[in-house]
Design a protein around this ligand. Structure first.
Ligand SMILES: [Zn+2]
Length: 319
């Protein structure tokens, strides 16, 4: 049997045919066309599902289920998007609408970050484990929590918003309207913010040199590379970044005691340079010092995590 995974984004709808090991056998995508009525977007999604199945040489009869990973909050029982701001969706009946086009096939839906954590458990760094937390360190910080093999979505479908844990009381202003959210200090955006400040304050820093004094050119990679090269200013930024990340991870370990905490997203490309620093800082602050704690690792999955995790929604209970 095969599973269909749909990664619904603000730009594209990506659909993949996935086997029970979480391997994508065939995939395709179409533009989402945000702003159109949801019926049209979901019709395009259903058409792409049929196309991917046909192009892969299979038939819909071989498909066990369709899973959709979506931004925003998803009511997994009703199969509805409760809201997804960047799609302008409120209470969109995804399951019912897809079944109009695909027949009575089971359709599951969940938040995209939760789904990515599920992918980690099936085909990523936490393969075969059942207690996993994924942190995606990108423009913001996404998070997914799996406890006992089940996604922790929360009673009102808005749980696991790890990026908006308030870790610094009355700290930096966040896009969400609060101050001091975890992602203000641990996203790629945070590295860029601190890197830009260094361009202004420290003309001698390797960051300033790398961008020729143009702070618009500062990226997370510029800051990380400067830190790797041993530049003192960049190292200070990196250590501040790592400390915020490590303290959030310590809290997550103290609350959930997972087996694995996987780091994904652009910043995780820093690899061992990041991991070694985070592990050392976590080690110093963990509550139960004499008891083994979660392995902190880098996710090996890239963009395909969205499709794999969504596909595996239909296989939950069997994995
Ligand atoms: Zn926030």
């Amino acid at each position: 049997m095969y599973y269909i995974g749909v990664d619904l984004g603000g730009t594209n709808i990506a659909v993949g045919l996935v086997d029970k090991e979480g391997q994508i056998l065939h995939q395709d995508s179409v533009p989402t066309g945000v702003g159109r009525p949801y019926e049209m977007i979901l019709k395009d999604m259903a058409d792409l599902v049929k196309k991917v199945v046909a192009d892969s040489g299979h038939t819909m009869a071989e498909i066990e289920s369709v899973g959709v990973g979506s931004p925003g909050a998803a009511d997994t029982e009703k199969g509805e998007i409760v809201f997804a701001n960047n799609l302008y969706w409120h209470f969109v009946p995804v399951r019912a609408e897809l079944q109009k086009h695909l027949g009575a096939i089971p359709v599951s839906i969940d938040n995209d970050a939760n789904v990515a954590a599920l992918a980690e458990m099936v085909a990523g760094s936490a393969k075969g484990r059942r207690d996993v937390i994924l942190l995606t360190l990108g423009t913001g910080v996404g998070g997914g929590v799996i406890v006992g093999g089940r996604i922790v979505g929360g009673h009102h479908h808005v749980g696991a918003e790890i990026g908006h844990m308030i870790t610094v009381t009355d700290g930096e202003m966040c896009t969400c309207g609060n101050r001091g959210c975890f992602e203000r200090y641990t996203s790629a955006t945070a590295l860029i913010r601190m890197g830009r400040q260094a361009v202004v304050d420290n003309p001698g820093s390797a960051i300033h040199v790398a961008v020729g004094g143009d702070m618009e050119k500062v990226t997370a990679k510029v800051v990380l590379d400067a830190a790797k090269s041993g530049d003192i200013i960049a190292m200070e930024i990196f250590e501040r970044y790592v400390h915020h990340l490590a303290m959030g991870i310590v809290s997550l370990i103290n609350i959930f005691d997972p087996e694995v905490i996987a780091l994904g997203g652009g910043v995780s490309k820093a690899g061992d340079f990041l991991l070694d620093a985070v592990r050392a800082d976590v080690e110093k602050h963990i509550f139960y010092k004499d008891i083994p704690h979660a392995e902190i690792t880098i996710s090996p999955l890239g963009n395909e995590a969205g499709i794999i995790g969504a596909a595996m929604l239909g296989a939950m209970g069997q994995i």
